[in-house]
Design a protein. Structure first.
Length: 730
C-alpha cells in the first residue's frame, strides 16, 4: 500500500510565520517521492477563534457557563459586540490585507480597550519613532492580548498565543498529569482543534500521521490530536518527533504513551521516517533508526539500521506548500525594532549548517546530535534554496535558524547573494566572535542581513570562561559595535543564576548590559534564568560546577530539566523582575542614569565595573595588521576617470582623479597617474563580480613589481576613503 503522509504542527508556536519542521520533512519526502500534506493547526485554530463567528460562539459559551468574574473580564464581556464587530477587520489588517485600517486604529477610539492598554501611558513616547502601521500593529496586539486574558480567565486557562498547556510539558518526569488531562473532557480550544483535524484527516486520507513537537507548549495538543486520530482512524499510524522528544524523551519508558502513538523518533527525522514508511509499505517490522515503539507491552528503543543519516545537501529544500502563508498574523508586542522581528513579518526558515561549530558551551545540550554533529551546507546550495523558496512562497525574508551561523560560511553566502544580484532580507543567530570584523559586517549588510542574535549570556569574564563561551565582554562590545555601525541590529541572549554566580557578578553583568545599551551597540536583549539540563556538561558533570543534583532518579516520561542546589545558596529568582524591568527600559533608550539599586526592592551591592568600561573598550587603538591571506573585495562600481597635470615650484607631474557614484553619495579621490592606473586595474580584479578573490599578498606583490612600499599606499588617504566606501578586507 502506498504511503500518504499528513504532517502537522499542533497549537501553538508562532502567529507570524510557520515553524519550519513540517516544511523541512515535506521537502525531504519530495526527494523520495512520498506524497504528503502539511498543516499548521496553530494558526488555523487562532483564525477560527479570532473571527466574528468564533468570538460570537466564545462569548455565548462564557455566558452559558461560568461568566466573567474579574472587573477586567466583565468589561470585555460587556463590550463583546465591539470585539465581534472589529475582529475580522483587525485580523485582516494584521495579515497585511487592510493597511488603511491603521489610520482608524491609531485614532484610539476604534478598538475596545481593556487592561492591556494601561501600559500605553508608559510607552506613548515611543510612538514618535514608530510609523503609523507599526503603531497600529502594536495597538491591535494589545487588543488581541486583552482577548487572550479573557480566554484564560473564562474559557481555557491553558491558552496562550505561542504555547498551549505548556505547564503540562515542562519538567514532566511523569506522564500522569498529562494522561489525566487527556482523560478529561476536551476543552473549548480542543473542540476547535479537533474539528479542524477531522476536516483535514477526512480530506487527506493519510496512512501515516506525523506530529512535530518543538516545545512543551505543543505537547498537550499533539497528544490530544493523536488521541482523536487513534480513536476514530485506528488504521493510521502515528509518529511524533521534534525538539521536545529530542531533548526530553530520550529515556522514555511509560507504555501508556503508546496508547496515543505508534512511534517516537529522535534527532534528524529524515531517515527514521523513511524507515517507518518502508516498514509500513512492506508490512514488516525490521529496521529502525532512533525510534521508540511498543513491543510486548514494553517500550523499546530501536536503532538497528546500519544506514547513515542523510547529508544536509541531500535532504531537499523546505517545502511550504499547503500552509496558509497569506493568513499569518504579524503582531508587535514591544516597540523595539529588533525585538519585534520574532513576531512581525513572514520569514522563510533555512539552515546554513547542521549543529554548532563551537559546541563547547557548558550550559548547552552539546552531547546531543542536533548540536554535536556539525555539517555546513555549501553556500551555492544555500542560495539555490533561497531562490527556490522565493519562487515558491513569494517571500524574500529569511531567518536562518542555526545554533550559531559560521562566519566563514556567512561570508560565502553573502558573496553568492550579491553576485547573483538577488534581493533578500535575512537574519540569523551567531557567536560574538572576533571574526565578525567591521568589513565582514559591511559585506553581510550589503547582502541583505539586517539583524543578528547571539548569546552574551553572563556579562562576566570569569563566568564566560566557566561557560567556555570563547569570548570576553570586551570582544562582544567590539563585535556588536561592528554590526551596529554597519546598520545591522543586534539582540543579546542574557543569563543569570549560572552555577557559582555571585550577587556581585549579577549586578556587574547588569551594569555591563546597561553600558552596552547606553553606547548604542545593543538594540535588544532578553534575560533568562539558568536551567540545568541532563545533556549539558553542567548536568552531566555537576561536581565540576559546584552544584548538586537534588535527585538522581530518572522519570518514566520527560527527563531534561534537573533540579539542583548551588553551593552559593543564592536565591537567583529574586533578581528576575529587576533585570527584566531595567532591560525593558534600556531597550527603549531610557533610564541609563538610574542607579542599579532603583531596579530592585532589596539591597544590592554597588557595581565594581567602571562607568566607562565599555566606552574605553570601544576606543582602543585598532590593530592595523592585515593577514597576507586576507581576501580583498570591492563592492563599488567602476570610477569615472580624469587625468590632469599638477605643478608646484617649477615641477609638474600627471595626476588621476577617480569619481565613484554610490547609492547615497558620490566621492572623488586623487592619486598620481601611474598608481591610479594600477588602482583601477586592482579594483577590477577585486570586484565582487569576480568569483576568484584576490588576496592582500597578491595585491602587494603586484603593486611592488611597479612601485615601492605597498603598505604606505594602502594606508594613504585615497585608499582609506575607498575603505570607507566598500573596499573590504575579509
Amino acid at each position: 500500500m502506498k504511503t500518504k503522509v499528513f504532517l502537522i504542527m499542533p497549537p501553538f508556536t508562532q502567529l507570524n510565520t510557520p515553524y519550519p519542521a513540517t516544511a523541512y520533512i515535506k521537502g525531504f519526502l519530495n526527494t523520495i517521492n512520498v506524497e504528503s500534506f502539511q498543516a499548521d493547526l496553530g494558526i488555523e485554530v487562532i483564525l477560527k477563534l479570532f473571527s466574528k463567528d468564533g468570538l460570537t460562539e466564545m462569548f455565548c459559551h462564557t455566558e452559558r457557563s461560568r461568566g466573567a468574574q474579574t472587573p477586567n473580564a466583565q468589561r470585555i464581556l460587556s463590550l463583546q459586540h465591539e470585539y465581534i464587530k472589529t475582529i475580522d477587520a483587525v485580523i485582516a489588517f494584521l495579515q497585511g490585507k487592510n493597511p488603511t485600517l491603521a489610520l482608524q486604529i491609531c485614532q484610539e477610539d476604534f478598538l475596545p480597550e481593556a487592561s492591556r492598554f494601561a501600559q500605553l501611558d508608559e510607552i506613548d513616547w515611543a510612538f514618535g519613532s514608530m510609523g503609523t502601521q507599526d503603531k497600529a500593529k502594536h495597538l491591535a496586539t494589545l487588543y488581541l492580548e486583552d482577548l487572550s486574558d479573557f480566554i484564560v480567565e473564562c474559557v481555557d486557562e491553558n491558552f496562550g498565543f505561542s504555547r498551549y498547556a505548556e505547564r503540562l510539558g515542562r519538567s514532566a518526569n511523569s506522564f500522569d498529569e498529562l494522561y489525566e488531562a487527556l482523560s478529561a473532557k476536551p476543552t473549548y480550544i480542543d473542540h476547535i482543534l479537533i474539528a479542524l483535524l477531522k476536516e483535514k484527516i477526512e480530506s487527506v486520507k493519510p496512512t501515516l500521521f506525523l506530529i512535530s513537537v518543538p516545545f512543551p507548549g505543543n505537547l498537550y495538543a499533539a497528544f490530544r490530536s493523536a488521541q482523536w486520530v487513534k480513536k476514530y482512524f485506528p488504521k493510521i499510524k502515528i509518529a511524533m518527533g521534534g525538539g521536545f522528544p529530542n531533548t526530553e524523551l530520550r529515556s522514555l519508558s511509560d507504555a501508556r504513551v503508546f496508547d496515543f502513538l505508534d512511534f517516537i523518533t529522535l534527532d534528524d527525522g529524515e531517515l527514521p521516517i523513511q524507515l517507518i514508511i518502508n516498514n509500513e509499505q512492506l508490512n514488516i517490522n525490521s529496521e529502525y533508526k532512533r525510534t521508540f515503539l511498543l513491543e510486548n507491552e514494553q517500550v523499546v528503543y530501536k536503532n538497528n539500521s546500519t544506514k547513515s543519516d542523510y547529508k544536509q545537501s541531500e535532504v531537499g529544500t523546505p517545502d511550504y506548500s499547503d500552509l496558509l502563508l497569506d493568513k499569518y498574523i504579524s503582531v508587535i508586542e514591544i516597540v523595539n525594532p529588533m525585538h519585534k522581528m520574532w513576531s512581525d513579518g513572514r520569514w522563510n526558515k533555512l539552515t546554513m549548517a547542521h549543529g554548532c561549530y563551537w559546541g563547547k558551551c557548558t550550559f548547552c545540550d552539546i552531547s546531543l546530535d542536533y548540536i554535536k554533529i556539525y555539517e555546513p551546507v555549501a553556500a551555492k546550495l544555500i542560495v539555490d534554496r533561497i531562490e527556490e523558496l522565493v519562487a515558491q512562497t513569494g517571500e524574500t525574508g529569511f531567518h536562518f535558524v542555526d545554533e550559531a551561523a559560521p562566519p566563514a560560511l556567512m561570508r560565502e553566502v553573502a558573496l553568492e547573494i550579491i553576485r547573483r544580484k538577488i534581493v533578500v532580507t535575512w537574519w540569523t543567530n551567531i557567536r560574538f566572535e572576533k571574526s565578525f570584523t567591521k568589513d565582514l559586517s559591511l559585506l553581510l549588510k550589503a547582502s541583505g542581513c539586517i539583524a543578528v542574535s547571539g548569546g552574551l549570556e553572563v556579562a562576566s569574564d570569569r563566568l564566560l570562561a566557566l561557560i567556555d563561551k570563547g569570548v570576553t565582554v570586551e570582544q562582544v562590545a567590539k563585535v556588536t559595535r561592528n554590526f551596529t555601525e554597519a546598520g545591522i541590529m543586534v539582540h543579546a541572549y542574557l543569563m543569570y543564576g549560572y552555577p557559582t554566580q555571585t550577587v556581585q557578578e549579577t549586578i556587574d553583568s547588569l551594569e555591563m548590559v546597561r553600558q552596552l545599551f547606553e553606547v548604542g551597540v545593543l538594540q535588544s536583549g532578553f534575560w533568562h534564568q539558568f536551567a540545568m539540563t541532563a545533556h549539558s556538561p553542567v548536568g552531566m558533570y555537576p561536581e565540576k560546577f559546584s552544584v548538586v543534583k537534588n535527585s538522581n532518579e530518572i522519570g518514566t516520561f520527560a527527563n531534561n530539566d534537573i533540579n539542583y542546589t548551588d553551593a552559593t545558596g543564592i536565591d537567583h529568582d529574586q533578581f528576575s523582575f529587576g533585570l527584566k524591568k531595567s532591560l525593558y527600559n534600556f531597550m527603549h533608550g531610557i533610564c541609563f542614569d538610574y542607579s542599579l539599586q532603583d531596579w530592585f526592592d532589596f539591597k544590592i551591592p554597588k557595581t565594581k565595573i567602571q562607568p566607562d568600561f565599555i566606552y574605553n573598550a570601544l576606543h582602543e587603538v585598532e590593530d592595523f595588521k592585515i593577514k597576507p591571506s586576507a581576501k580583498i573585495i570591492w563592492l563599488g562600481g567602476k570610477p569615472a576617470i580624469e587625468t590632469f597635470t599638477k605643478s608646484k615650484k617649477g615641477n609638474s607631474w600627471e595626476m588621476m582623479s577617480l569619481t565613484f557614484h554610490g547609492k547615497k553619495e558620490s566621492f572623488t579621490i586623487q592619486t598620481n597617474k601611474l598608481e591610479g592606473e594600477w588602482l583601477v586595474s586592482a579594483l577590477q580584479k577585486t570586484s565582487i563580480s569576480n568569483s576568484k578573490m584576490a588576496t592582500f599578498q597578491e595585491l602587494k606583490s603586484d603593486f611592488e613589481t611597479h612601485f615601492q612600499d605597498f603598505e604606505l599606499f594602502w594606508f594613504s588617504k585615497p585608499l582609506m576613503t575607498l575603505r570607507e566606501f566598500g573596499l573590504l578586507v575579509l
